[in-house]
Design a protein around this ligand. Sequence first.
Ligand SMILES: [Zn+2]
Ligand SMILES: [Zn+2]
Length: 736
Amino acid sequence: MLVEVAVAAAVRGTFTYRVPTELAREVSLGQRVAVPFGRSRRATGYVVGFPTAPTAGFELRDVVEVLDAEPPFTPKLVELIRWAEEYYLVPPGELLRAALPPGLNARGGEAGPERRGVEYAAPAPGAAEAVQRLARAPARRALLEYLLARGRIPVEELRAAFPRGRAALTGLARKGLVLLDQETPVARAGVLAGERVDAPVLAPSQAAALGELVPALGRFAPFLLHGITGSGKTEVYLNLIAAARAAGKGALVLVPEIALTPQLSGRFRARFGDDVALMHSGLSGAERHAEWTRLRRGGAHICVGVRSAIFAPVPDLAVIVVDEEHDPSFKQDDGPAYHARDLAVVRARIEDAVLVLGSATPSLETLENTTRGRYRRLTLPTRIDDRPLPEVHLVDLSRLRRGGHEVGPGLVSPELADALLTTLAAGQQSILFLNRRGYQTLVICEACGAEARCTECSVSLTHHARRGVLICHTCGHTERMSVACPACGGVRFGVGVGTEQVEEAVRAIAPAARVARLDRDAVGSADDTAALLARFARREIDVLVGTQMVTKGHDFPGVTLVGVVLADTALALPDFRAAERTFQLLTQVAGRAGRGAEAGRVLVQTFHPTTPAIACAATHDFAAFAADELAKRRRFGFPPFTRLLAVRIEGSEEGARRAAEALAHAARPLLSAELTMLGPAPAPIERIRGRSRWQLLFRASGPPALFRVHGALARVARRPPGGASVRFDMDPHAML
Ligand SMILES: [Zn+2]
Ligand SMILES: [Zn+2]
């Protein structure tokens, strides 16, 4: 008996092994096996097929051991991974290894106990008064504050928000500050049969969307659910999944980042109880392993997880939801490069499942697929309870400057400062968004003009004034900030505003306000983020200044003002998606305003008020933005009208250049009007961590021409001259 094995190593292709008679009965498709590979006596591999004849010219060796009692992958998952291997040009074994939770990659590993009911946590009466006494127990305090903000919630939501919070929760329960209770599976029986608990009445547009989705169950049917911010997309997902469960089927829900939106996992657990398995990085390897096994054995039928959960073994899969389908986090850039949203389409086809791509700002690829009739488009055009979208006002910074006015420290214009003070006076909350960390983004010598730059990367250093250091945001290199120029001894000054400077400006404008900052410098972990957002939800913070971390997640009913300090930060990047990304970020952050009883307003500061990405975000006009941007993409030949393949080369200065030239040389005979090559050229960031970076970008009307290029380059890429490393990236997102 022969098996085709994908070895968990950075090699393309698969290998044939012989199965000794004593193992023959244990081997099945999707099984993990130990095999001799190369010079190593033992490597992990995955059974992906049963060839009838050995590969000519290769020595046939024996499978050493079968590693699991039951295969972790279903035959349909093996089919999905084989498709991904071909399309993304990645080693199948690496993809399989990346798909499995870490606990399963280790040898052996037993599943944890099956769950018994949903555990809930709630703040005990009088817990609010106890918060102050917990000053010296920050972990417990943060967790209690979160519970005070959220009330009684499934413990899973706490786990998502506080990955390291288990000891704190136990401690609080022991002190009687938190009440834990268990809802048994028996009490949940009604839910599993599709009966809804605490389900709100559906708005007409939600009901209409479900009227299309539910009858489609049982076959491959892709939909775009285009719902504005606050329109209740999650309720549509929950109802569709309830219908699938009532028919005995399973569901998979992909979300961008669980740590920033822990409520979502809580909502699924509250509605479907033990039937939900969670897959995210806040869980330990053993816990993810246990969840994987629960799905595989049919102990759970709904999986909620991040990108890699696209490979989760959901039984009888009938519904796949990709929430915030436009989010860049669905694209994996390190390790095997794949796009979970695009794989969701493939998996839905393999499994005959209904696919729902949900977003307020659909990606232009998805939108174009609805135009071409590949996906059906459903819309939720209004907010829940008919709350209006916030009014957006553009503040033209260049006109302010031309008029001889100072914009103000921290780029806070007089208009934005006024709005902040008015909001504070009304006892309401504000969010200020700027997608740049640090105090000043550039430090220059006024005598010789030298910029502070990273020695290892071709980027300038950001001044972090509070720590008194210059930091490279690409590699993390840190050095002390000195005013004296290291080159000439002249005086250095900083330009370019970061969140730290905005925070300082807000404190100066409103000294009495309680101000906090949310970015990767201010909060070191998911736990810190959850604690800070809980304080904001409890209205212990008046103004929250932050990077794109503030654009996601929580509903804050107290927020009536959103200020975008500078909308233009991403526009100038050499990336054809820069405008799309800007529109998405502005729409998401504006969507944080006015979600409570009070109407919200948004001030967007910009030097480019007429740029469509900004002007259309201000009028909530997705259709106008998309039409303009699609016309540009068509004119300049970018996706969704073409397909791209990036080839990324890294190495020594000489090695990377030589490899890039050798690859380009191998590709040239294939080039035509239908297949073009950009480069070879140094990447926009030419050097990271001392390694030179080059790239080639191929463009064609469809994948087949790109596969032919890959075929022509593969031999050079395996042993590039100069010892460089070469990576292929199909449908690339990162352009820098
Ligand atoms: Zn100087
Ligand atoms: Zn660096």
